[in-house]
Design a protein around this ligand. Structure first.
Ligand SMILES: [Zn+2]
Length: 266
């Protein structure tokens, strides 16, 4: 891939080999292989081509990776097509990566199709290595993916929704610009230990958003990150004490229709 430098416009080429080399020199703890993520919906043939390219790039990254102290993760692509997920798994597992990611989901396929693909793919990954679901997701997606055996996540939702005045709570999303919050003395979430909930009312945070005061997005972001941290801690605790199974089923049922912020861009 060719880029133009943002400083002087000079051409710059980034491919699987050079990207891996740069990350080796940066000292990254986990390096992700190059991959091609297809949109949704997508024609079978395009998903198939993306899978083949992803496999070729994975091999090139494997060969270029020069520091065994750093972890290199392979990425399984294949959209929502089980046959192509299998093709990618069969090619990547013998390459013996340090961990494996499931990519190409959370691109508009919806909760059911996403989880169906995760439930198909995750159990086929090597048992002793970390499994990472890329770019996911809403609280119900995370809980359902953990049920399918996923260990790691990354996602912009807590921060992006926070900046767009959406707060996550145990009882659903709150739109912080809503007029119904005028004069509401309650915090975003009563038992939340975050700064926003300890020090500010919903009505104050609503006011900050409506006058364009940056404190609004900052407080909502702090709250949402705290919500996600508490969710993950709860998952840990429940797996540990054996109560995750029943709790997670109920959680998914009550949270799977939770709305995302309507703003797509950050
Ligand atoms: Zn809070």
């Amino acid at each position: 891939m060719e880029f133009a430098s943002h400083i002087d416009g000079s051409p710059f080429r980034l491919d699987a080999k050079t990207a891996t080399g740069i990350q080796n020199r940066l000292g990254a703890d986990i390096i992700m292989c190059f991959d091609e993520c297809t949109p949704y919906p997508c024609e079978f043939q395009k998903v198939e081509q993306a899978v083949e390219r992803t496999i070729r790039w994975a091999q090139q990254c494997r060969e270029a990776h020069a520091n065994p102290q750093q972890m290199l993760f392979g990425i399984v692509q294949g959209g929502v097509v089980q046959k192509l997920r299998s093709r990618c798994l069969e090619a990547l597992i013998p390459m013996e990566f340090d961990g494996y990611a499931i990519g190409g989901l959370s691109v508009g396929e919806g909760h059911e199709a996403m989880i169906e693909t995760v439930e198909y793919t995750a159990p086929q990954l090597p048992e002793g290595k970390p499994r990472y679901l890329m770019g996911v997701g809403m609280p119900a997606d995370i809980v359902a993916a953990v049920r399918a055996g996923v260990d790691l996540f990354d996602c912009v939702l807590p921060t992006r929704n926070g900046r767009n005045a959406y707060a996550f709570t145990e009882s659903g999303s709150i739109r912080l610009r809503n007029n119904a919050l005028i004069g509401d003395p309650e915090p975003i979430e009563r038992d939340c230990p975050c700064l926003a909930c300890r020090k500010f009312s919903r009505s104050a945070i609503r006011h900050f958003f409506n006058v364009g005061e940056m404190l609004g997005p900052i407080l909502a972001t702090i709250h949402n990150l705290t919500y996600y941290q508490r969710l993950i801690s709860q998952i840990h605790r429940r797996i540990g004490d054996g109560t995750f199974g029943d709790w997670s089923k109920e959680f998914i049922e009550t949270h799977k229709n939770q709305e995302k912020s309507e703003f797509i861009n950050p």
